[in-house]
Design a binder for this molecule. Structure first.
Ligand SMILES: Nc1ncnc2c1ncn2[C@@H]1O[C@H](COP(=O)(O)OP(=O)(O)OP(=O)(O)O)[C@@H](O)[C@H]1O
Length: 248
C-alpha cells in the first residue's frame, strides 16, 4: 500500500508481538489502515484488543514487529531514534488521560514548551485564539495544581494543537473528566477538526465520546473488526454488542 498525501497516518501489515516463545502476545495482527487528513477518527474495542498498542505504533512511540507505518509520506518504520524523536516533537501532538503537564511551569509555559523545544516561536494570534476557544485565557499564569482537571486537560489540548501538528493522538482524553467537562472537550476537538482542519485519532472506551468522531474503527483481538462511517453512539453500541456476541 502506498502512503497517499490525503492520509495523515497509514499502516500496512502492522504486526506487534510482545515477548517471545510461549509467553509471546500478538497484540496487533497484520493491520492495514489509513487515517485521512482533516478527519476526526476514533479507535475502540474491548480491553486488551490492542488500541493503545496501535496508537503507540502509529505515533512512533513503540517499535513494530513487522509491517510499515507512514506519517504523511514519511516512513516512521525507516527512521532511527533521533529522527523519530524529532518527528514526534515537530509533527505529532499528544493528549493522554493523565494530562502530563509539567507541575513547575505555568499553563502558558506548558503550552509553549513543545515549540520552544523545537526552536520555534509561538504565534501570538494562534495562541490567543486557541486559549480563547478553550476557555483558559484567564488561567494562563496558573500552575497545573491551581487548575481543575478539565482546565488542565484543556491546557494539554492547547499544547498539543499549538504547533499545528500533522496529527493529534488522544488516548482516553476524557477519562479523568466529569461528563460536562468531557463533552466540552470533545466538542472542542470536533471544532478543531472542522475549523482548523486538524487531524485527530482518539482511543476511547466510551461510545458517547466516539460518536463525536466522523469515523470509528473497532479492534478485536489485535485485528480490525469494523469500520463505522458517520457513527452514532447507538450504531457504535450495536457494533460493540455484535463483537461481544462473536467472541462468546
Ligand atoms: N509491554 C507489554 N508487554 C507485554 N504485553 C503487552 C504489553 N503491552 C500490551 N500488552 C498486551 O498486548 C495486548 C494489547 O494491549 P493494549 O494495551 O494495546 O490493549 P487496549 O485495547 O489498549 O486495552 P485497554 O482498553 O485495557 O487499555 C494485551 O493482551 C496486553 O496484555
Amino acid at each position: 500500500m502506498a502512503a497517499a498525501e490525503r492520509h495523515a497516518v497509514t499502516a500496512a501489515g502492522l504486526t506487534k508481538v510482545y515477548g517471545s516463545g510461549g509467553a509471546a502476545v500478538r497484540a496487533l495482527r497484520d493491520i492495514d489502515i489509513a487515517f485521512e487528513v482533516g478527519k476526526f477518527s476514533a479507535i475502540m474495542g474491548p480491553s486488551g484488543s490492542g488500541k493503545s498498542t496501535l496508537m503507540h505504533c502509529l505515533a512512533g512511540l513503540d517499535s513494530v514487529t513487522s509491517g510499515r507505518v507512514w506519517l504523511g509520506s514519511t516512513e516512521l518504520t525507516q527512521l532511527g531514534d533521533n529522527a523519530l524523536t524529532r518527528l514526534r516533537r515537530e509533527r505529532i501532538g499528544f493528549v493522554f488521560q493523565a494530562f502530563n503537564l509539567i507541575p513547575t511551569l505555568t499553563a502558558r509555559q506548558n503550552i509553549e514548551l513543545p515549540l520552544e523545544l523545537a526552536g520555534r516561536r509561538t504565534d501570538p494570534e494562534k495562541f490567543d485564539a486557541l486559549t480563547g476557544i478553550l476557555g483558559i485565557a484567564d488561567r494562563l499564569e496558573h500552575r497545573p495544581a491551581e487548575m481543575s482537571g478539565g482546565q488542565q486537560q484543556r491546557v494539554a489540548i492547547a499544547r498539543a494543537l499549538m504547533s499545528g501538528p500533522d496529527v493529534v493522538f488522544a488516548d482516553e482524553p476524557t477519562g479523568n473528566l466529569d461528563s460536562r467537562a468531557g463533552a466540552q472537550l470533545l466538542d472542542f476537538l470536533r471544532r478543531s477538526v472542522r475549523e482548523l482542519g486538524q487531524t485527530i485519532v482518539m482511543v476511547t472506551h466510551d461510545p458517547v465520546a466516539a460518536a463525536y468522531a466522523e469515523r470509528v474503527v473497532l479492534l478485536a483481538d489485535g485485528q480490525l473488526a469494523a469500520d463505522i462511517a458517520e457513527p452514532t453512539s447507538e450504531r457504535i453500541r450495536i457494533a460493540l454488542d455484535r463483537l461481544w456476541d462473536a467472541e462468546l
